[in-house]
Design a protein. Sequence first.
Length: 354
Amino acid sequence: MPSVSVIVPVRNESRSIEHTLRLLLTQDFPRSAFEVIVADGVSTDDTVLIVRRLQSEFSNLKLVFNSEMLASSGRNTGIRHATKDVVVIVDGHCHVPDRDYLKKLSEAFATSRADCLGRPQPLDVESPTRFQQAVSAARSSRLGHNPDSDIYSNEAKFVPPQSTAVAYSRKVFHTIGLFDQEFDACEDVEFNERVHAAGLTCYFTPEVKIVYEPRGTFGALFYQLGRYGKGRAKLACKHPKSLSVPALVPPLWAVWAVTAGPLSAVVPYLGWLWLASIGLYAAVLLGAGAVLGRGLPLAAGARIPMVFVAIHFGFAWGFGKEVAKQARWWVKCRLSSMRPAQPASAFVLERVKK
């Protein structure tokens, strides 16, 4: 079976890093057949101290440093130090469900013969807060996540890699290079767009699921979706065909919700249409909260509509911010008579040596 390099890009993950690393380092898998590489992005907490302490227990734990402090550069730093047959990305606050995770991952590569693997990424952590329960319920619904994504699926199958691929054979890096460090969010989707364009295969299997820890506050969730929205807008500029209708709905709705009210002062009857749309939106969120909240504590179900607001408007805020940035860049290029095309980054063209 293929050997495995686990890349863990982190920054300030002292609260959860030891738990995640111990789950990885005590896998029922030959120690010589896997390594765990932590790529630290200049943490200012005790993350590095914790990793160094664990290195005294586990000889296959490596610590490398990501001076750029970006998620994309952390992945690239880890990949450059990887020595095994396949690479899998695991974030520092993830929960590895069982001690057979690496064995199942290696077996999935061997049996499928795919170039990369996709996995489910549910948010059902143990002992969640009421807000986290609400986030888990909302994000697993079609109203809270891109319906084209397979990350909440439980069916093993070959799929397009864009939203699911997280583990790669070294052939992938030989073929398309590394992650684009112009991205600090959606760097995985951008990378997987290139995987898809290169005709490489992706096998999705529930056997290698990882549980993600949902954000614990409205502000943290809004910020997370803002970063994701920003990344999706940047992705659309680089790969226009990646732009989908579901990605456009939140920004367009947010523009309408914010601007139509004031405009109703000068546009007849617009105010009534705006009020009706706001009422319909509120009714949909309340109805979704009632349906998704079944079986949850009342305090969790009551938070679901508020979670949807954070998801939709957070994404829209980040998307709009990046669109405005790209528009300013375009105008600047036009005014200076420059051709509006960004050069390919050197690290994207870099090929990992065999």
